[in-house]
Design a protein around this ligand. Structure first.
Ligand SMILES: NC(=O)c1ccc[n+]([C@@H]2O[C@H](COP(=O)([O-])OP(=O)(O)OC[C@H]3O[C@@H](n4cnc5c(N)ncnc54)[C@H](OP(=O)(O)O)[C@@H]3O)[C@@H](O)[C@H]2O)c1
Length: 305
């Protein structure tokens, strides 16, 4: 039986991967979910949970030694771009050094390591990007994620890099916001929201990304994969689509330029991915943004029941 270890299983993607695997009937796989601290998934059955802080090298080695996973999906990271800019040491420890611990432990037991990465490794001057395009990170978070990609290639392991873009979805306790929920709740509460009109992205439904990561694990596909939604839009247009879906008053949406935000970490203007490789090799088939909003709405309604 194949054993798959998920790190960061309390996070958005981590939760979706665990639930996706649990939903597969007669699927011969042992799921080991791991997260910093306690397990926050509502469902506690059908998998093993082990508390694991991936910045603790000894704990990483112990967990690998006990469970001997065949595949490891590292979803854990410091994902807040501005926090990475201001807390550089902690960012590097989690986003780069911890990946070294995972890679070394994977090498020792012969595990395949799948590392999550981001569109932000690119500078956004020539999007949408293919896997072979040259990265050029603009800020510390992006530098750390690119460094994590390079870590994998220093070890004698089977590795894959799954790059993604703006994940939207809900977690069990609805504690995490996302582009759709933020726009919807702000406008419903009659708050004006400032939305950039000069950044382009391919938003990704969390379930689709989870499915893509599992496809990589199943096929033991190696190398870099771009796993995002199929459409690239300006963030302002994404927010307009949310407003259209919920029939919200668009006068609360104020278009602004990125320059007016004065952010310490400059965001790339136009990313977006070409996902042909993931489609042909993995069979990856993500939904478009309008369809994704509908799926999210259904999930929120189901939770409210
Ligand atoms: N979200 C996006 O839009 C986006 C876009 C591009 C790429 N990515 C990449 O995709 C991956 C998954 O993102 P996500 O949105 O699922 O992130 P997330 O919801 O922030 O989840 C990350 C998880 O990592 C956990 N974590 C933090 N420090 C840890 C440690 N020392 N040991 C173990 N776990 C730790 C966090 O735990 P707590 O819950 O306890 O804090 C959190 O649950 C990340 O690698 C991210 O860089 C995300």
């Amino acid at each position: 039986m194949k054993k798959i270890l998920i790190t960061g299983s309390n996070g958005l993607l981590g939760q979706k991967i665990v639930y996706n695997l649990l939903e597969r009937e007669n699927y011969k796989i042992k799921i080991i979910a791991s997260a910093r601290g306690e397990n926050r998934l509502k469902e506690k059955n059908g998998y093993e949970f082990v508390s694991l802080d991936i910045t603790d090298k000894e704990s990483v080695n112990r967990v690998f030694d006990v469970y001997k996973p065949n595949v490891v999906v590292n979803t854990a990271a410091m994902t807040n771009v501005d926090q990475c800019e201001s807390e550089r040491e902690a960012c590097w420890e989690l986003n780069v050094n911890a990946v070294k611990y995972l890679a070394k432990a994977s090498e020792t037991i012969g595990a395949h390591l799948i590392q999550l990465s981001t569109d932000f490794v690119f500078d956004g001057e020539n999007g949408p990007y293919s896997e072979g395009d040259e990265p050029n990170p603009l800020h510390y978070y992006a530098e750390s994620k690119l460094a994590s990609e390079r870590v994998l290639q220093e070890y004698d392991i089977q590795w894959s890099i799954a790059r993604t873009i703006i994940i939207y979805g809900i977690v069990d306790d609805m504690s995490r916001s996302n582009l759709v929920l933020w726009a919807k709740s702000s406008i419903e509460n009659k708050q004006t929201i400032n939305v950039v009109n000069d950044q382009y992205r391919s938003p990704t439904l969390a379930e689709d990304l989870a499915e893509g990561c599992i496809m990589i694990a199943e096929k033991e596909a190696q190398g870099i994969f771009h796993l995002s939604g199929p459409e690239t839009h300006c963030i302002l247009d994404l927010v307009y689509m949310v407003a259209d879906h919920y029939n919200l008053d668009k006068t609360f949406i104020k278009p602004i330029t990125s320059a007016s935000l004065n952010q310490a970490a400059k965001r790339p203007p136009k990313t977006g991915f070409v996902i042909d490789k993931a489609k042909s090799i993995l069979g990856f088939n993500p939904v478009g943004f309008r369809e994704g909003i509908k799926i999210l709405e259904q999930q929120i309604n189901d939770k409210a029941k």
